[in-house]
Design a protein around this ligand. Structure first.
Ligand code: CO
Length: 191
C-alpha cells in the first residue's frame, strides 16, 4: 500500500471522462488499496481514481453513519465501486459538499435524495445497492468525477463564477507551482 498525490483543480484530468475498467487484476487492486490509504490520510469520505491521476471508472467511499461513540469511533459504510451506473433516483436534497480536489471550498449542491447504483466490485462481480442520505450524495459526487464533472459545475453560472474566482485567488501560489512542475515534466518528456 502506498499514498498517492491528490490532484487539485484546475488539473485537466479532472475534466476528462474516465475509461471503463476491463482488467480486474492486481493493478486495479493496488490502485484501490492505495486510494483507501490516500483517502484516510486526507480524511475524505470519497475519492475518485482521476483524483489520484488515474483516468479509470473507479471510486471508493468511507461514509460515517449513525452516532459517534464516546471514544470518538463511528461506524461507516465502505465501498469500492467500479464502472458505476445510476439505475434509479428519487427525490431531491441540498447538501453542503466539499471536495479533496478543491481545498477550502464548501458549497450547497442539489442531488437526488435516493439512488440505486449498479456497479462491479474489485473482482468484476455485479452489485446493486439502494442508498440515501450522505451515502447517496457521496456516490453522485464521485460518479460525477468519473464523467469529468466537479461539484462546482452543479452550481448556478453566477455562483460558479464567484466560487471559481475566490478559489483561484486563494490558491494562486499553489496553482502557479503546479504549472511550473507540469511544464518541467513536459520538457523532460520531450528531451
Ligand atoms: Co470530489
Amino acid at each position: 500500500m502506498a499514498l498517492r498525490t491528490v490532484v487539485t483543480f484546475p488539473d485537466p484530468i479532472l475534466k476528462q471522462r474516465c475509461a471503463e475498467v476491463t482488467d480486474f487484476g492486481a493493478e486495479l487492486h493496488t490502485l484501490l488499496d492505495d486510494m483507501a490509504d490516500t483517502m484516510a490520510k486526507e480524511e475524505g469520505i470519497g475519492l475518485a481514481a482521476n483524483q489520484v491521476a488515474v483516468s479509470l471508472r473507479v471510486f471508493i467511499m468511507d461514509v460515517p453513519v449513525g452516532q459517534e461513540r464516546p471514544d470518538g469511533s463511528q461506524d461507516s459504510i465502505r465501498l469500492e465501486v467500479i464502472n458505476p451506473r445510476i439505475v434509479g433516483k428519487r427525490g431531491e436534497v441540498h447538501y453542503d459538499e466539499g471536495c479533496l480536489s478543491f481545498p477550502g471550498v464548501t458549497e450547497s449542491v442539489l442531488r437526488a435524495a435516493e439512488i440505486e447504483l449498479a456497479f462491479q466490485d474489485r473482482h468484476g462481480v455485479a452489485q446493486q445497492v439502494t442508498a440515501t442520505g450522505l451515502v447517496a450524495i457521496c456516490m453522485q459526487h464521485e460518479l460525477d468525477h468519473l464523467d469529468g464533472i466537479t461539484f462546482i459545475d452543479r452550481l448556478s453560472p453566477l455562483k460558479r463564477r464567484v466560487v471559481l474566482r475566490d478559489y483561484l485567488r486563494d490558491n494562486a501560489e499553489r496553482i502557479a507551482e503546479q504549472d511550473r512542475k507540469a511544464k518541467l515534466q513536459q520538457r523532460r518528456a520531450r528531451a
